[in-house]
Design a protein around this ligand. Structure first.
Ligand SMILES: [Zn+2]
Length: 285
């Protein structure tokens, strides 16, 4: 699956893209993708990039997007999208993980309608499309796109994703909303709101507008970067990239008081089975 030919083609594409854009903000966004340390960059670039939104959208909509080259260069597992279906079995999958290298997006499906939660770094739209296809769904089945927070490794592909998913409404926490560039206005969601039957849980700290998504029916929590399992260890928000440490800790306690079996995080593998008890224990620590 991975071969040298593919790599060099991607590199060439990326180079051409950067040459085309020159000092454009989209190029800056591509180069700055590393992880959740990019909050200041993405936030500060917001005003200037807002005006270049159409060109960024156009550049991302091609079949081999340069930004996906950035994804692949950073992706340790390899260049191919890996969609991991999970959930209760016996019927449609309750959730699917879209592995995008060091970060994951997720797709929850209810009544044939897909809810995309986070969008990875810029150029991840092809992988998300592939994951939808694995569920027998396409862009037209995406009714909602929820961004857990503004960081560029989570909101990085919201422009191509919402451009392709023409019927999708987008959501983010109010405090993060203005830092996110999207092709259509996003809806600010607050604690307790529901989107497609899923409950929004405000989990500030990692960013002030960070939100998590709880599927109460299937016992699934999508926690974004409020929790992580990098290296197999459950932890709260990475202190290095946390805007408000006290709030982040309170959010861990809050999540530990919810009931869910499966935990899906932005960075690291899912915990399947007894997840909320582990989060509760973490909150006590
Ligand atoms: Zn983050």
């Amino acid at each position: 699956m991975f071969n040298v030919g593919m790599t060099s083609r991607v590199l060439l594409t990326r180079r051409a893209f950067l040459a085309d854009l020159g000092r454009g903000s989209a190029a800056i966004a591509v180069l700055s993708v590393v992880g959740c340390g990019q909050a200041p960059t993405s936030a500060s670039s917001t005003p200037s990039s807002a005006s270049s939104r159409p060109s960024a959208a156009t550049a991302s909509s091609g079949p081999t997007t340069p930004a996906s080259a950035a994804t692949r260069l950073n992706a340790s597992p390899g260049p191919s999208a890996a969609a991991t279906p999970g959930g209760s079995g016996g019927g449609e999958a309750a959730w699917t993980r879209v592995e995008l290298g060091f970060v994951s997006a997720y797709i929850l499906v209810r009544d044939g309608e897909a809810v995309v939660i986070d969008t990875g770094v810029a150029g991840s739209d092809d992988e998300i499309k592939t994951a939808l296809g694995g569920l027998g769904l396409g862009w037209s089945d995406v009714g909602h796109v929820i961004l857990t927070h503004k960081h560029s490794d989570h909101a990085g592909s919201v422009v191509p994703v919402m451009t392709a998913a023409t019927g999708a409404q987008g959501y983010a926490g109010a405090a993060d909303l203005r830092a996110i560039i999207a092709p259509r206005p996003l809806t600010a969601v607050t604690d307790g709101a529901t989107v497609a039957g899923f409950r929004i849980v405000a989990t500030p700290g990692h960013t002030l507008g960070h939100i998590s998504v709880l599927d109460e029916t299937n016992g699934i929590l999508v926690a974004g970067d409020a929790l992580g399992t990098v290296g197999g260890t459950l932890a709260g928000s990475n202190p290095q990239f946390t805007e408000d440490a006290a709030a982040a800790k309170a959010s861990v306690v809050k999540l530990g008081n919810l009931r869910f079996e499966t935990l899906l995080v932005g960075h690291g593998d899912p915990i399947e089975g007894g997840a909320s008890a582990q989060v509760k224990a973490l909150g006590r620590g």
